[in-house]
Design a binder for this molecule. Structure first.
Ligand code: 13P
Length: 328
């Protein structure tokens, strides 16, 4: 058992309390490789933002659990070596079973999500409560989910979203003991959030559902998945340099900014970082066909991702500078 507290991470409890009271959001950024972790950490350092570094169980396995822990620990150590106190949580995104969550907790994660959203209500409660029971023994925080966020993630596709039923959230939170709750209000994983015809407006998120949830759970941290903006310039860049992405449509930034002012305390971003990395890699390799040193495309790709994360922290989530708000 390797406890997160020895590794320089924090759980999400204090972070979310401060975000809730301060009217900002903690960015939760998905990584699959070293350069993404470097970019996320560099952005947090530059903007003094508390942050969540997260990966799925599949990514944890892809990197290797030991390697993933050491790479994340190195990020925390780099922050400390600069004499900075930037709260960093290491979070398991979309844990699908008790065993996956337990393994992450035993491997140094400070926070886990157990995603029982596709299960019937009662089974979701049972699974989530069992993870909470184990996690809380070690002060690890747990995110549950009610309602289904559609889209494609880790090759798992939910074609239909099922909006969260506000009448169910109180019972779910009470019976499971979760520390935060992901809800479905129209966001979606992956590149195609919503299919709209060219020129057609993107339907707004269901802020009415969010408002109902807030009423039922006063003071409780809410999480939004699938909230990448999918900037057109990166899609065009990918397509210009040999890619083929169709129908890409993200969540408009003004919608996300509106959510920041609510009970939402954590917003997940995977795709926006990934398309910045892929677009930059494609461009650099196409324009410089003789490159064989991976650093020649990885370094610019890392810079591009860092810019994306800085933009989110400063301009969208409002968390820049919040690492300096008292001791965490
Ligand atoms: P995006 O695909 O919108 O970045 O969402 C990622 C996510 O929610 C990870 O859980």
């Amino acid at each position: 058992m390797i406890l997160f507290k020895k590794l320089g991470f924090v759980n999400t409890r204090e972070m979310f309390k401060k975000a809730y009271n301060g009217g900002y959001v903690i960015g939760a950024f998905n990584f699959v490789c070293l350069e993404q972790m470097q970019a996320i950490t560099a952005a947090a350092i530059e903007t003094h933002s508390p942050f969540i570094m997260q990966c799925s169980a599949k990514v944890r396995k892809y990197i290797h659990p030991v390697m993933a822990r050491h790479m994340a620990t190195a990020c925390a150590e780099i922050i400390q070596s600069k004499g900075m106190k930037i709260p960093m949580a290491l979070h398991l995104d979309h844990g699908t079973s008790y065993e996956e969550c337990k393994a992450a907790i035993e491997g140094g994660f400070s926070s886990v999500m157990i995603d029982g959203s596709a299960l019937p209500f009662k089974e979701n409660i049972e699974l989530t409560a069992s993870v909470v029971e184990f996690a809380h023994r070690y002060d690890v925080t747990v995110e549950g989910e009610l309602g289904i966020v559609s889209g494609i993630e880790e090759e798992v596709s939910h074609s239909e979203s099922r909006f969260t039923d506000p009448d169910a959230v109180h019972e779910f939170v009470n019976r499971t003991g979760v520390d935060s709750l992901a809800i479905s209000i129209g966001t979606s994983h992956g590149l195609v959030k919503i299919k709209v015809k060219p020129g057609e407006p993107v339907p707004p998120l269901r802020f009415d559902i969010l408002a109902e949830v807030e009423k039922k759970l006063p003071g409780f941290p809410i999480v939004l998945h699938g909230s990448s903006a999918i900037p057109k310039e990166y899609i065009e860049m990918i397509n210009r340099f040999g890619g083929k992405l169709e129908h890409a449509q993200g969540i408009p930034v003004d919608q996300v900014k509106k959510a920041v002012k609510t009970a939402v305390c954590k917003i997940n971003i995977a795709s926006d970082g990934w398309i910045a990395m892929t677009a930059t890699t494609r461009k650099v390799l196409t324009e410089n066909p003789a490159i064989i040193d991976p650093r020649k495309f990885l370094a610019p790709a890392r810079d591009a991702m860092k810019e994306v994360y800085i933009y989110k922290m400063k301009e969208v989530f409002g968390c820049a500078g919040m690492a300096d708000q008292g001791k965490m």
